[in-house]
Ligand binder design. Structure first.
Ligand code: HPA
Ligand code: ZN
Length: 370
């Protein structure tokens, strides 16, 4: 396909951070208020946080053949659209497309820098950004350890410039080889001093068990890394049992299908396991049929520790402020509830005790001003 100049479309003319629509109305007044609130993000994938304009720049620079070269036309290839097939497979297919873009270390550094800048612009004060090293070195074949160090160093520099605190979670996919996971685990441990705080298992939960990765996660835990596992998203409560009982997860990515088994809910409460809930992602990947029916409040009413997150801001076309507004307008949370969710997220940060206590105090003080 011949590369043509990008055409300036409606998207390029909009101010940055216009709210995601996904076919749904958003309350702008509320959004303006929520944007000013200091926020915490515990579950955000770097690979799902790439600006459309950046993808186009990269494609033009590296001669990547793309179906389209303007943001609006590219959007359906990398983002979930409202009228699309809302399935886990389709959701994950967007990440295969995105993997084609990591052509050099410069690209990885740029995408990382912009992800931190975008979070800071949305007034996120603390973020745990997860990244899948294998996705970032898929094309360049750069050593995985080098990519982990590059992301960690870029995050440190950008976070300092933007006045935001960012820690890293290294992810591996359960539908990929355990040998890849082993490299990720080792690189994560080697980069703990550069801000890597935890290990995550993501990927196709519907068709792949977590169990082959059990030994890796045990080593990570013994080395002092936090453990979070995507579970109870595209598979049921059994998968959450595995994540807690066998993988020793202290936090669960999504976890909402734990509700299919009340005994599982009791374990979550007793062990104070935190759920990193991502409502828009759950809707777009087909777990809930509408945001209005999302079980976030039901889980919280059962005393499960829940937090609100975006998962993949660019794939879901959402910012954290927009996600929070949606929980208010569709699920019924109040501003006071949002403050509680934010403090709960601070208490769940994968930080040493003294730093976590300081983070909680910082947020208590900042939120008290609202
Ligand atoms: N689930 C599993 N893997 C993922 C997800 C998710 O929601 N987002 C990116 N990788
Ligand atoms: Zn996720």
């Amino acid at each position: 396909m011949v590369i043509r100049d990008p055409v300036i479309q409606r998207e390029a003319l909009l101010p940055p951070h216009m709210p995601a629509q996904n076919g749904q109305h958003i309350d702008y007044k509320l959004l303006t208020l929520v944007r000013t609130l200091p926020k915490i993000e515990l579950h955000r994938h770097l690979e799902g946080s790439v600006r459309l304009e950046t993808l186009i720049d990269i494609a033009l620079k590296y001669g990547i053949e793309m179906p389209e070269y303007d943001p609006e036309m590219l959007r359906p290839f990398v983002q979930m659209m409202p009228d699309e097939n809302r399935t886990s497979q389709h959701f994950l297919s967007k990440f295969s497309m995105l993997r084609q873009f990591y052509r050099s270390n410069d690209v990885v550094a740029r995408v990382t820098r912009e992800a931190v800048e975008d979070a800071a612009a949305d007034n996120i004060h603390y973020m745990e950004l997860r990244f899948t090293p294998m996705a970032l070195c898929n094309v360049t074949k750069s050593p995985l350890e080098d990519i982990v160090a590059l992301v960690a160093e870029t995050v440190c520099e950008t976070a300092k410039t933007c006045g935001i605190q960012v820690k890293l979670i290294a992810s591996m996919n359960r539908h990929e080889a355990v040998e890849i996971g082993e490299k990720v685990m080792k690189a994560a441990i080697a980069n703990m001093h550069k801000g890597v705080v935890a290990l995550d298992l993501a990927g196709d939960e519907a068709n792949f068990s977590a169990l082959p990765f059990r030994g890796l996660f045990q080593q990570a835990r013994e080395a002092g890394l936090g453990i979070t596992i995507h579970a109870g998203e595209w598979s049921g409560a059994n998968s959450v049992w595995d994540a807690i009982g066998n993988m020793n997860a202290k936090r669960i990515g999504h976890g909402i299908r734990a509700l299919e088994d009340i005994a599982m809910i009791n374990v979550l409460v007793e062990r104070e396991i935190v759920l990193e809930v991502c409502p828009s992602s759950n809707y777009l990947s087909g777990i809930v049929d509408s945001l209005d029916n999302h079980p976030l409040i039901l889980l919280t009413d059962h005393d499960v520790l829940t937090t609100i997150n975006t998962d993949d801001p660019s794939v879901c076309n959402i910012t954290l402020s927009e996600e929070i507004v949606r929980t208010m307008t569709h699920i019924g949370l109040t501003l006071e509830d949002i403050k509680k969710y934010t403090l709960r997220a601070a208490r769940a940060a994968f930080l040493p005790n003294s730093e976590r206590d300081a983070l909680v105090r910082q947020f208590q003080a900042a939120l008290a001003r609202f």
